[in-house]
Write a protein that binds this ligand. Structure first.
Ligand code: DGL
Length: 263
């Protein structure tokens, strides 16, 4: 069997990784993709490292059993806590999420940027290394996106309470005169319209998904794993909890109906 025709695996604690999935299927339209939402265990953000390693490892075992040739950890928190562990344990190539501090720092005029992410991401070594490496000359304001993952998982994106909550969350960042806001959690791009409305128009919101997908393309090519045949891709979805939010989010972003398998 030609390994190049195997699917790409992608997972998150919930629907957030669909922000990466959407970019992935647009940029690599031949590739088949298996998406796994570990929503029975969402959120990952407040969990301890060893717990996240175990959860991520269980999902990876499942994706490998489905013959995935490469796995995207479409979750900043799982990347921060578990990617080193996963790379040691498995031979399949992994792509992880990294908050886009570098482009924000390079493009900032006010030299003040902010990163919005979960507690787990900020506690990880990866975030601190990236921030120290790329943001020496800028002030980086970090903000935990309290309750934002839960809001997206519950489908409460446009509720008035969400708008109020986000408005007060970003207020201290506006006071700091930031000109870039880095989204350090894959759930947050689904809140981009609310964030835009709450921020002054000159603040750029940086979503790392395009860079992650370009990195995926490079790693596939480097490992001779890019799809060989020009046939219709298959998109498959699994979740460990209820399928309802995943199905409705998919409908919203693709305008198509997909079956989501509950495990
Ligand atoms: N989408 C995940 C991330 O990128 C959410 C984390 C969580 O479950 O708390 O960090």
């Amino acid at each position: 069997m030609d390994r190049r025709n195997s699917p790409i695996g992608i997972f998150d604690s919930g629907v957030g990784g669909l922000s990466v999935w959407k970019e992935l299927v647009a940029v690599l339209p031949n590739e088949s993709v298996i998406y796994f939402a570990d929503n029975a265990n969402c959120p990952y953000g407040p969990r301890k490292q060893d717990e996240i390693e175990k959860l991520a490892s269980d999902v990876v075992d499942f994706l490998i059993s489905k013959n995935c040739k490469l796995i995207i950890v479409a979750c900043n928190t799982a990347t921060a806590s578990a990617i080193d562990f996963l790379r040691l344990k498995y031979t399949v190539p992994f792509i992880g999420m990294e908050p886009a501090v570098k482009p924000a720092a390079l493009n900032s005029k006010t030299k003040r940027i902010a990163v919005l992410a979960t507690e787990g991401t900020f506690n990880g070594k990866l975030y601190n290394d990236t921030s120290n490496r790329y943001a020496k000359d800028v002030e980086v304001n970090i903000k935990v996106g309290d309750k934002l993952v839960e809001i997206v998982e519950k489908g409460l994106i446009n509720e008035p309470e969400t708008i109020d909550h986000i408005t007060s969350l970003v207020k201290p960042l506006i006071e700091k005169e930031i000109d870039h806001l880095v989204l350090g959690c894959t759930h947050y791009p689904f809140l981009i319209d609310v964030l835009k409305a709450a921020l002054p128009s000159h603040v750029n919101i940086v979503d790392p998904s395009p860079a992650i997908v370009m990195q995926t393309k490079r790693v596939l090519e480097l490992n001779n794993l890019a799809k060989n045949e020009n046939c219709k891709p298959e998109y498959t979805f699994y979740c460990s909890g209820s399928s309802s939010v995943l199905s409705s989010m998919l409908k919203e972003i693709t305008d198509a109906d997909y079956d989501v398998n509950e495990l």
